[in-house]
Write a protein that binds this ligand. Structure first.
Ligand code: SF4
Length: 511
């Protein structure tokens, strides 16, 4: 039932009786594959399972895996339930609004005819028996049966044994309840919930209070305002309602209020509903701090698959340790020149389609001055590029894209020039301040831990941009990475690094 390259230790990590289990497994260990396989298996034993992921493309990836598992099983797949997705109205509405501020009330505002076509038995039968491999395919099936895809999937999800949804369905109580009762929750990419901001609003806008009104009165007010043409006011009330009804602790940052939900509060609440919770990520580091932030004073099991990045025959990660770092204090013209010189040498010698990722836009423009390579932040712009070498920023859409190409070519080399530590801006420090009081943790320790964790998440995400269909190599150039137990080869000599990568690329090809 499980693909060959799934880590055996990771398989064992799912065999637990603990109420809450933290699993840290390196990228490429097969976390998503195992989560899907485990969810389907448990569902076949009668459990109702929900998997929570970060993005819609991660949902699609899990659906493809579910389909692959079923096709491998042949006739035996009939014993397994299918897995169905659920996501926001903005992706599943047949006539989505241009502005999402009033999306909650959109169906009533436009008096949508599909409010009377939510689900039928034909749709239920179809998705019970057939595994589709993308949200879009479910949308099309529902649309072609003259149903509202949003309500059809939502009602089906509440009835279905195995579902996959995005993180807001875990965070927001109202959305969570729509999933129906759940025995097992699998929270993937859990590092993303380290400091969930559930709402934000301009401080002046919050002044008008909706305290004395119930949901129905607010709903009618918004719908009437919109229909009378006072859309500005309708959106304003909707934003205030959305802020006040979102979960979390309020903090003020300059002219804004934001709501932050400490993960421990969220997990405690969800433990009331579910028998078992898995908290999974490749970057739960250091794990004890995660345990404290997500499940303070709760008995939990911790499973760690060592290392963060996995070297295989088709994908290699290495560190080049030559006295260079992107540390804010050390950034100077000389640093950028040295980075540019090393990058140019590697690219000249290896001659591969290359993406260079740097920690910030400012860093990118400094590197551009030295290399004159195009700086690209959006995935779609990459297709028009004629050059084979591009600079981009970690945390941009390109660093998160699934299958990316430069021109028509899949990149084979990623150079990570500097570590993507987050900026210590007012919002970041405000959240640290809140957590320091909430968790009673020393502020400095918390700050360093959260920064390291976020840096690692971005780094690992970025490293995933190569080695998908073709062979791929990732070079990290920043000495600070050697203080983290990342368990990949370290080179302190550029010639040796190039020789080793040449050998890697010359050995049998995968296409
Ligand atoms: S009923 Fe469905 S299609 Fe109609 S507005 Fe609402 S979400 Fe959109």
């Amino acid at each position: 039932m499980v693909q060959e390259n799934v880590d055996k230790e990771l398989m064992k990590a799912f065999e637990t009786d603990a109420e809450i289990t933290f699993i840290r497994a390196r990228a490429g260990a097969g976390k998503t594959y195992l989560s899907v396989a485990y969810a389907l298996y448990r569902a076949s034993e009668g459990d109702r399972v929900a998997i929570f992921v970060r993005t819609r493309s991660e949902i699609n990836q899990a659906l493809r895996i579910a389909r692959e598992i079923r096709s491998r099983l042949g006739d035996r797949a009939k014993e397994l339930p299918t897995m169905i997705p659920m996501t926001g109205k903005e992706a599943l509405c047949r006539f989505p609004p241009e502005n999402n501020a009033v999306i909650k009330w959109w169906c009533r505002i436009i008096d949508c005819e599909f409010l009377n076509h939510k689900i039928n038995d034909e749709f239920r039968d179809l998705i019970q028996n057939q595994q589709f491999s993308s949200i879009r395919e479910y949308f099309i099936q529902a649309r072609d049966m003259h149903l509202c895809p949003y309500f059809a999937l939502q009602l089906a999800a509440s009835e279905h044994q195995t579902i996959i949804v995005t993180h807001p369905y875990l965070i927001n109580d109202e959305l969570f309840e729509r999933l129906g009762e759940r025995d097992i929750l699998i929270i993937d990419e859990a590092h993303n919930l380290l400091k969930p901001i559930t709402a934000r609003i301009n401080a002046r806008e919050l002044k008008g209070s909706l305290r004395d009104l119930n949901d129905n009165e607010i709903q009618n007010m918004i719908i009437n305002l919109w229909r009378r043409g006072d859309r500005h006011k309708a959106m304003k009330i909707s934003r205030v309602w959305s802020f006040t009804s979102s979960p979390g602790e309020v903090i003020r940052i300059n002219h804004e209020y934001i709501k932050v939900l400490p993960p421990d509060e969220l997990i405690r609440e969800r433990m009331r509903a579910a028998r078992k919770i898995f908290v999974i990520s490749s970057t739960l580091y250091p794990i004890n701090m995660y345990k404290k932030l997500f499940a303070r004073n709760i008995k939990a099991e911790i499973k760690i698959i060592p290392g963060f990045l996995r070297n295989t025959k088709t994908k290699i990660h290495v560190i080049l340790k030559i006295g260079l770092t992107s540390r804010y204090k050390e950034r100077s013209e000389k640093t950028f020149r040295m980075y540019a010189k090393v990058i140019q040498e590697i690219v000249n010698k290896l001659n591969k389609t290359t993406l260079v990722f740097v920690p910030s836009k400012e860093f990118a423009s400094n590197l551009y001055r030295e290399l004159r390579w195009t700086v690209v932040l959006d995935e779609t712009d990459l297709y028009q590029i004629e050059s084979e070498h591009v600079i981009s920023v970690m945390g941009s859409k390109i660093s998160e894209g699934v299958d990316i190409s430069i021109g028509q070519k899949e990149p084979e080399l990623v150079i990570i020039a500097g570590l993507p530590y987050p900026r210590r801006d007012k919002e970041y420090l405000g959240i640290i301040n809140l957590y320091t009081k909430y968790y009673k943790i020393d502020a400095r320790t918390l700050l360093t831990t959260m920064e390291t964790s976020e840096m690692l998440s971005r780094l690992i995400q970025t490293a995933g941009r190569v080695g998908r269909k073709k062979k791929g190599a990732v070079i990290i150039i920043d000495d600070r990475i050697t203080s983290i137990p990342i368990k990949i080869p370290i080179y302190s000599n550029i010639k040796e690094l190039i020789a080793s990568l040449r050998k890697f690329f010359e050995k049998s090809h995968v296409s």
